[in-house]
Design a protein around this ligand. Structure first.
Ligand SMILES: Cc1ncc(COP(=O)(O)O)c(C=O)c1O
Length: 457
């Protein structure tokens, strides 16, 4: 016991001493007791002291079937007995091939080529570079539509290209001298509509404005990038019905490639396999990561069409090759996990099973409206954003220095739930395998934590 306590104390000290945590103000972190995870099972994570927590954000929106899912564990172990890694640059490997075939079979129509990488940012970065190079190589003599359209409030990752098409000022603005320019369309953020209109009487003003932007710049824009249906990192901003389909139509009308970033929304989180499936639309490129490997191993894929792929074909000395590739591209262990992930979706009829859970979640979220500082509750599928406001009537936000979201998640943590806020928005995004009892607990603890922090303010 003494040994375990000693080890734990040392881990806590060494964590603060050696690790620089991502998206974390380390000055604050150094003052708090760190939460160090030792193991997991199902939707539960257990820390080094043996305290159990419900994983309310699926380990940063990745986990699909829970932790230590036997089938996934086995798939990785069996692949370990064959080979852990070999390169995809000019060679191939068995799981990468089998996975590519499965992805194409479930992807929106026309996405027939799979380009692997290992995280969401690179999946988007690859799509941007592909769209750019495709136009350089196919536009003819005057060639090269080279600009992009992206959205305010967008988040596509942290590499320089992905940040260039990002639209969350506190994350992105500091880097502006490093970034390439992208035209930014207004974000369809209905709770704080930039034109103070409401759906449906607005007639999708956001779409009309987007069309005006496209009309002005279509001659120089190669691609538009969008998080379909939900702008996740901005606080689960859900697009109004018809918006995504409208964007698809406009891209076609103005000959602009449509890049759908399904990194956050893909693999069942919205209730369908892909967000694009809701509108029955097919983008020209689709970026996948996070849930692709069931939340087990770093893996990403950028899918595209035969037409774009063919724009890169040519004689060796023409150098039309897509000169991009990461060392761990198509890693066999990650691909083996991803194959098992897709098999489980099918065999366990996961999306059908999910419908009832989504309904229960919606029902339980109703009660949050009684909390005076809950301004907006946004839900699509298993993705939830609860926006807390200082004043409900005027929608005045809490000041950043109040760290309201952070305080709520610390309260939740004390009660055995791990969640992570996005500013003043409390995010819930459990694994799809969450049970009804766990949904009850997830909502109960979140409700209690919000009430504990905001009551009487
Ligand atoms: C929509 C979207 N795109 C891209 C990314 C970046 O993914 P990664 O963190 O794996 O680089 C994220 C991460 O949250 C995301 O939500």
């Amino acid at each position: 016991m003494e040994d375990a306590n000693g080890r734990n104390r040392q881990l806590e000290l060494d964590d603060k001493r050696y690790i620089w945590h991502p998206f974390t103000q380390m000055q604050d972190y150094s003052l708090e007791a760190p939460l160090i995870i030792e193991k997991g099972e199902g939707c539960t994570l257990v820390d080094i002291h043996g305290k159990a927590y419900l994983d309310g954000v699926s380990s940063l929106w990745t986990n699909v079937h829970g932790h230590r899912k036997r089938r996934l564990d086995l798939a990785v172990r069996e692949q370990l007995d064959r080979v852990a890694h070999s390169t995809l640059l000019g060679l191939s490997n068995v799981p990468a091939i089998e996975l590519a075939k499965k992805l194409v079979a479930i992807a929106p129509q026309g996405l027939t080529k799979v380009f692997y990488s290992d995280n969401g940012s690179t999946a988007v970065e690859i799509a941007l570079k592909m769209a750019f190079q495709y136009h350089q190589q196919t536009d003819g003599e005057n060639g090269g539509k080279g600009k992009f359209i992206a959205f305010k409030n967008a988040y596509h990752g942290d590499t320089i290209g992905s940040v260039s098409v990002g639209g969350i000022d506190i994350f992105h603005e500091k880097y502006s001298p490093l970034l390439f320019h992208a035209y930014k369309a207004e974000s369809p953020y209905c709770y704080r509509c930039p034109w103070e209109r409401s759906y449906p009487s607005c007639g999708l003003e956001c779409l009309m404005r987007l069309e005006a932007l496209m009309k002005a710049h279509a001659h120089e824009v190669c691609a538009l990038v969008i998080e379909p249906l939900v702008q996740g990192a901005a606080g689960m901003l859900i697009q109004p019905p018809g918006f995504l389909e409208g964007v698809r139509d406009l891209c076609t009308k103005y000959d602009i490639l449509m890049i759908a970033d399904e990194v956050a929304v893909g693999f069942g989180k919205t209730g369908r396999m892909f967000a694009c499936d809701h509108g029955g639309i097919a983008p020209d490129m689709m970026a996948l990561a996070k849930g692709i490997s069931g939340g087990y191993l770093p893996l990403a894929a950028t899918l595209t069409t035969e037409k774009i792929y063919e724009g890169f074909l040519g004689r060796y000395e023409e150098f039309k090759t897509f000169f991009h590739g990461h060392t761990y591209t198509g890693n066999p262990l990650a691909c083996a996990a991803a194959i098992a992930n897709l098999d489980i979706f099918k065999e366990e009829r996961l999306l059908e099973e999910l419908e009832e859970k989504i309904r229960l979640l919606t029902e339980r979220l109703e009660s949050f409206k009684s909390l005076l500082h809950v301004g907006d509750i946004r839900q699509l599928g298993i993705m939830v954003g609860i926006e807390l406001v200082a004043d409900r009537l005027s929608k005045r936000p809490f000041e950043p220095k109040e760290k309201i979201g952070h305080r709520v998640i610390l309260e939740a943590r004390r009660r055995g739930l791990i969640i992570r806020p996005l500013g003043n928005v409390i995010v819930l995004m459990p694994p799809l395998s969450i049970s009804t009892e766990e949904i009850e607990r997830l909502c109960h603890i979140t409700f209690t934590a919000i009430r504990a922090v905001t009551e009487g303010r």
